[in-house]
Design a protein around this ligand. Structure first.
Ligand code: AMP
Length: 294
């Protein structure tokens, strides 16, 4: 495995690669969710490039950029074991030199949910992902369903700006008690960690209701609110039921694939979780087919 820090080194290495290249962008502090993206990339490609970059432009001023967890030696060890060929771990100054002034705004699908709670977040995400696509020139790029709105934003950007690659969406990897894995789970106290299980519980109950025939959007949303409200350490931020293709919030029962997503503050971290409805769509094939698709 080659580890490179500069754009020049990355470009030289990229030119030497023959065959399909898969890209796995991350912010490091890796867990089994990230490793699952690498495994999917390995299955489809001859070469896997993983990036580790805590992207400053996707953090708002009041967020945890400075304290975001980092452990480069452990990350590199995990990526090596997972079979990554090239790790690109640039310094912020290489990605954003002092005269940097070009940003990408993906308009409608960046609004609401994470975009509403974190102004400017998806502008930072779209900009850095576009740069990584240009630098790595991958045939496919791998993203987690965990950040479902991010997938929809990136897919929209890929279509709008004619990037020539496919986006693969990998299912949410969970702890044994159901909590979606996240680098930010490390911030949870033991009590908060117990309370955090309620997010997945709420999704399971809503998913079951939907699969048994409940279609009223207000009933599905309210069910989740009531479950989350029960847990005193959990402060829900939003509960969204949206068309999985374009993230339009739905008000009338429809028989389109849906994205049910929730976010809640649990102590220091904001936790996100979601499921596609019907529940059978929560696979790599199902999520890749519907989430942000044309
Ligand atoms: P991050 O390092 O948090 O920016 O995440 C890098 C990539 O890993 C993103 O595409 C995430 O959606 C994905 N990811 C994060 N957590 C999980 C998880 N629990 N299961 C699957 N993918 C994940």
């Amino acid at each position: 495995m080659e580890v490179v820090e500069t754009i020049a080194q990355l470009r030289t290495l990229r030119q030497s690669l023959k065959g399909r290249v898969g890209l796995v962008p991350t912010m490091g502090y890796l867990h089994a969710g990230h490793v699952s993206l690498v495994a999917a990339a390995r299955a489809d490609n001859q070469h896997v490039v993983a990036t580790i970059f805590v992207n400053p432009t996707q953090f708002a001023a009041n967020e945890d950029l400075a304290s975001y967890p980092r452990d480069m030696p452990r990350d590199l060890n995990m990526l090596q074991k997972a079979g990554v060929n090239i790790v690109f771990a640039p310094k912020a100054e290489s990605i954003y030199p002092s005269d940097f002034q070009t940003y990408i705004t993906v308009e409608q699908v960046s609004q609401g949910r994470e975009g509403g709670a974190r102004p400017g977040h998806f502008r930072g995400v779209a900009t850095v992902v576009a740069k990584l696509f240009n630098l790595v020139q991958p045939h496919s790029a791998y993203f987690g369903q965990k950040d479902a709105q991010q997938v929809v934003v990136i897919r929209q950007m890929v279509r709008d700006l004619n990037f020539l690659l496919s986006i693969v969406v990998c299912p949410i990897v969970r702890e044994t008690d159901g909590l979606a894995m996240s680098s930010r789970n490390v911030y949870l106290t033991p009590d908060e960690r117990q309370s955090a299980k309620i997010l997945h519980r709420a999704l399971q109950i809503v998913g079951k209701l939907y699969d048994e025939g409940e279609r009223r959007p207000q009933v599905l949303r309210q069910t989740a609110w009531d479950i989350l409200d029960h847990e005193k350490r959990v402060q829900p931020s939003y509960v969204s039921l949206a068309d999985a293709r374009n993230l339009q919030e739905i008000e009338q029962p429809i028989d389109q694939p849906l994205l049910f997503s929730i976010a809640a503050q649990v102590g220091k971290p904001r936790l996100l979780d979601n499921c596609l409805l019907p529940l059978a769509l929560n696979t790599q094939e199902g999520a890749t087919r519907v989430l942000g698709a044309d």
